[in-house]
Unconditional design. Structure first.
Length: 168
């Protein structure tokens, strides 16, 4: 059920990247992990940090800051990996999104969400589902299914190392 188009309150997981607050629909979030070591995979785009072992499955990890043209994410006590499910060409792909920190699960009413601005943002607006507003703070609501293209993730889906080769 897509609550955002149904007029009901929708829940979002908020997180920070370079001081800005972003959000993902809670229906796309599987879990949040503390930062763990990431095994590098050769010949992938720079924003692909590598892969992790998630209960026996190989999960690619992307640096959301690099994907959005920011500086590389540094490991801190708050750095985390948000495990998300994205739909790409009618297939569900699981990946880890590296974030500076996770903030909270937030309820937003439809009236608190405005369309993405056409100018004045570092991001291409097709990634942005809308701009949430809580108090005086703006929250960039991402459409995680549109953040990555199938071409960007095609190599990642097929180049993952067998789980036995991943050091954890």
């Amino acid at each position: 059920m897509n609550q955002e188009n149904g007029g009901d309150t929708a829940q979002y997981l908020t997180f920070k990247l370079d001081g800005e607050v972003f959000a993902l629909g809670i229906d796309k979030v599987r879990e949040v992990l503390d930062y763990t070591s990431v095994t590098k995979v050769p010949q992938v785009p720079e924003f692909m940090r590598g892969v992790i072992n998630l209960r026996g499955s190989v999960v690619p990890v992307v640096d959301m800051r690099l994907k959005f043209g920011m500086t590389r994410t540094d490991k801190t006590v708050n750095t985390c990996i948000i495990i998300v499910e994205i739909n790409l060409e009618r297939e569900t792909t699981v990946l880890g999104a590296l974030a500076d920190s996770v903030q909270e699960v937030l309820d937003l009413e439809p009236y608190q969400i405005e369309p993405a601005p056409k100018i004045g943002t570092k991001l291409r607006t097709e990634f942005i589902r809308g701009m949430g507003k809580r108090d005086e703070q703006f929250i960039i609501i991402l459409d995680i299914d549109k953040v990555f293209t199938s071409a960007e993730l095609a190599g990642v889906q097929t180049s993952g190392a067998p789980i036995a080769e991943i050091a954890v």
